[in-house]
Design a protein around this ligand. Structure first.
Ligand SMILES: Nc1ncnc2c1ncn2[C@@H]1O[C@H](COP(=O)(O)OP(=O)(O)OP(=O)(O)O)[C@@H](O)[C@H]1O
Length: 827
């Protein structure tokens, strides 16, 4: 608070008359004195006791030669500086009409150097604003005219110097704290000097100007030009508001001297009345122990209430004309100034809290009170913890864990959400440590949302991994089967070579048994095994495992290719491959999307921390409550990415369902295929039985149909006769020669199964030509016969077991087919 009397300055208007009736003495230490000398002879020829000398004290008196800039530097600048600092300030000019009040306050229109206090102050203020970048300044201007005790807003742009009555009428009201509020007085914001000067010009244009006998351009009203200043340090919680009134009062002439009549007289009376009330207020203020100050008597004193004896640093400029006829008025002005100089003001710094910041603080207070209330009532909050709360909890937990004192407590308040969050954090840390991880708290997920995203992505990743594993497994199986197929082809060639050896005295049956026992094939998902090492157990093996004999495998492959579901199976396999490739691509996309989301979240978190740090450092402003555009953009971006991520996940899920479905279809088709094959295989085997029996019978009876006979007595010990067999290529309906020739083979019924392992190879087989001539049976001729689908069953040693023999024959047929494909038969 600054206690200070109203500063009074005197200014003498230049005059052409040289009569020296006054003297000015400016002393830096004790102030200035202005002395008027009024000779007695001036008292109209009468002898009188009038004083001749009148001496008045001022802070400083500016004589006639003093220019506007000096007035500004000496009087205005200190007041402007205190206004910039946050104090209210008032400068008012008081003096008789034509003494230079308007010239001092507003300035003369002829020269730029004649600019008065208002334009110079505006220029100075805006210069200060531009030099002080550490503060934010906001300026508003108001311009009030009081004419005949009525207030008018001079800054109403709708009415330019037409009639004063057209201007908005300003009224004043008082609140319970006796603060004056002016209704209808507009506050125009001015961003720069130019805008402020334009407002001044507008107000001046609107001023009522009228001519009086005393002064051709006398103002008959009081005008108050006010600069409202708001100063705020960026990020600071407080702001300072101050006002600077620059007042051009109406002329203080005595009515009797003005010689006015009519309306001008009325005006003069009003002017004098308000100045009279002003004088009364000043007298009251200058008198000690006056409890009542009559501010409310006039509008002028009401508006200037603060400036007079209140929270303001006030300065008065007494303007005087020193020519002889105006001496009385000048002395009167000085007397008035002396009384004004007695008034003490108490200027205080107008500092207040930023209302926006106040709201933010109150909100925090409400939140904390709500928490307290929840504790008292036992109610628990169910809304999600905010990011700031989570960060705070992490900091608290870290401090708690880092504190070596075992007695330290972690106080989280009554909020169960916070307690649960801290427990889950602790669990994560323990699990991390158990897993060998060194995860710190500040590295743990800061938001539940992020954890959810990670969890979801892990889940999807597991699914994709599972699918990939299945794919790899399938690929492996395929490559194994391809290898086996190649191997089998090679063995088929070996088998051809071995068959050639048969003619050299080896037993085909033992060879076959050997081969069938050593060769087994894995069939794709086959459930059957066949082993011919012991014919009697063939079926038993068939039902047991995935192995197939080489012959059966070949038969199976051929059967598969001709099967009605073959294309469906193939299509399904291709589709699964296709979908798996698509799933892999989506999985990669999903990984990328997840990475992008994580990156954006990091940026968002960093942004929030930065803003929070600003707040903690006390730099927060109302911007704290404003929506941060960067943060908003990041949020939007994250939302978009999340949508994309979700759609990928959905797509992946749909793909998984489709792949699983396709696999199921594939499995079903395979099982059906296998069933069909076995059914067909069994059928084939039994169909072989029938002709075998018939051929056997014919063989015994020497039927002419038996055209293949053993060439020597060294036929199997059982003495099995030749067996006639109808051999058809499968499937049966495709057999090009269904009525194949029967031939004599061993009689299975008379064959002793127990003799199978002891089967001895037949060294040579002879076929009988149609003319009954026996010919040597060689492999090449046999295969040629086979190629024409006529199989000489008599050349194949059989075991006597139905199933095994059927297998053997099927094997031979399959081999024949294979050889037909790889090596076209030569005739
Ligand atoms: N210091 C000065 N230097 C030069 N001219 C001045 C000075 N003071 C006043 N004048 C001139 O005197 C004339 C009257 O001055 P001004 O209008 O400022 O008086 P006033 O006190 O405002 O009168 P009123 O009370 O009628 O408004 C103007 O023409 C003005 O230019």
């Amino acid at each position: 608070m600054v206690k200070q009397t109203i500063q009074i300055f005197g200014r003498i208007k230049p005059t052409k008359k040289t009569t020296a009736v006054y003297s000015v003495d400016n002393d830096e230490r004790i102030g200035a004195s202005l002395e008027f000398v009024v000779p007695r002879d001036l008292a109209d020829g009468f002898v009188n006791n009038k004083r001749e000398c009148y001496k008045f004290r001022f802070q400083k008196v500016f004589d006639q030669a003093v220019k506007q800039d000096e007035i500004f530097e000496n009087i205005v600048k200190p007041v402007a500086d205190s206004v910039l600092a946050g104090f209210n300030g008032t400068i008012f000019a008081y003096g008789q009409t034509g003494s230079g009040k308007t010239f001092t306050i507003t300035g003369g229109a002829e020269h730029y150097s004649d600019r008065g206090i208002i334009p110079r102050t505006l220029s100075y203020l805006y210069e200060c604003f531009s030099q002080d970048s550490s503060m934010l300044y906001t300026t508003h201007i108001s311009y009030l005219e009081i004419y005949n005790e009525m207030g008018y807003d001079l800054l109403d742009s709708r009415h330019e110097a037409s009639r004063l009555e057209d201007l908005p009428r300003v009224t004043f009201m008082e609140d319970p704290d006796q603060n004056i509020h002016l209704k209808n007085l507009s506050l125009q914001q001015s961003a720069n000097e130019e805008e402020a000067l334009n407002l001044l010009f507008l107000g001046d244009t609107n001023r009522m100007i009228a001519e009086t006998p005393m002064n051709q351009a006398s103002t008959r009203s009081h005008c108050i030009f006010t600069v409202h200043l708001c100063r705020r340090e960026p990020g600071s919680a407080t702001l300072r508001r101050s006002k600077l009134h620059l007042v051009d009062l109406a002329g203080s002439d005595r009515v009797s001297k003005t010689g006015l009549n009519g309306q001008l007289l009325t005006e003069a009376k009003y002017i004098n009345l308000s100045l009279h009330y002003l004088e009364q207020v000043i007298i009251a203020l200058s008198e000690k122990n006056r409890s009542h100050i009559p501010y409310r008597n006039s509008m002028l004193t009401s508006v200037l209430r603060d400036s007079l004896g209140g929270n303001c640093m006030t300065t008065m400029i007494a303007t005087m004309a020193v020519d002889k006829r105006n001496l009385d008025e000048s002395i009167s002005t000085c007397r008035f100034a002396q009384r004004v100089a007695l008034i003490k003001n108490e200027a205080i710094l107008n500092e207040e809290l930023d209302p926006n910041l106040l709201i933010a603080r109150l909100k925090r207070e409400i939140a904390s009170l709500k928490e307290e209330l929840a504790m008292v009532t036992g109610e628990q909050r169910e809304d999600q913890l905010t990011v700031e709360e989570i960060q705070r909890l992490e900091e608290l937990l870290k401090a708690f864990l880092d504190d070596p004192d075992p007695g330290v407590t972690l106080s989280l308040g009554p909020d169960m959400r916070k307690i649960q969050y801290c427990f889950s954090l602790l669990k994560i840390m323990i699990l991390d440590k158990q897993g060998g991880g060194n995860k710190r708290i500040d590295e743990s997920p800061a938001a539940t949302a992020r954890e959810e995203v990670i969890e979801e992505s892990h889940h999807s990743a597991a699914e994709v991994t599972k699918l990939k594993e299945m794919l790899t497994q399938r690929d492996n199986e395929i490559s194994i089967l391809v290898k086996m197929l190649k191997k089998e082809k090679k063995r088929a060639q070996d088998a051809a070579a071995q068959l050639a050896n048969i003619t050299n005295g080896q037993s085909l049956a033992s060879q076959n048994a050997l081969r069938l026992s050593s060769v087994s094939l894995l069939s794709e998902n086959s459930t059957d095994t066949i082993s011919a090492s012991h014919g009697g157990r063939a079926m038993q093996y068939m039902k047991r495992g995935p192995q197939l004999s080489m012959g059966k495998q070949e038969a199976f492959e051929t059967f598969t290719r001709d099967h009605e579901d073959y294309l469906t199976i193939d299509d399904n396999k291709n589709l699964i491959k296709q979908r798996s490739a698509e799933a892999k691509r989506l999985w990669e996309q999903q990984n990328e999307a997840r990475n992008r989301i994580n990156e954006l979240k990091k940026q968002l978190e960093m942004r929030r921390r930065q803003r929070a740090a600003h707040g903690v450092m006390g730099n927060s402003t109302e911007a704290e409550d404003e929506v941060d555009s960067v943060e908003e953009n990041l949020r939007k971006h994250i939302e978009q990415e999340k949508k994309a991520y979700k759609s990928i996940i959905d797509h992946l899920k749909a793909l998984r369902t489709e792949i699983e479905h396709l696999q199921l279809l594939l499995e079903r088709a395979k099982v059906k295929l296998q069933r069909d094959f076995h059914r067909w295989w069994t059928q084939e085997a039994s169909s072989v039985q029938e002709p075998l029996s018939e051929a056997s019978a014919r063989c015994h009876t020497g039927s002419p149909g038996g055209n293949l006979q053993p060439s020597s007595p060294s036929t199997p010990a059982s003495g099995a006769p030749g067996l006639s067999s109808t051999v058809r290529d499968y499937p049966a309906d495709r057999d090009p020669n269904p009525d194949c020739t029967t031939s004599s083979v061993h009689n299975l019924r008379s064959f002793n199964p127990s003799s199978v392992p002891q089967l001895t190879p037949v060294p040579a087989w002879h076929d009988t030509s149609p003319d009954g001539r026996l010919t040597d049976y060689t492999p090449s001729s046999e295969w040629r016969d086979l190629s024409t689908t006529k199989l000489s069953s008599s050349s194949i040693p059989l075991t006597g077991d139905q199933q095994t023999d059927a297998d053997i024959l099927a094997f031979v047929r399959a081999r024949q087919n294979l050889l037909n494909r790889t090596d076209p038969p030569q005739k």
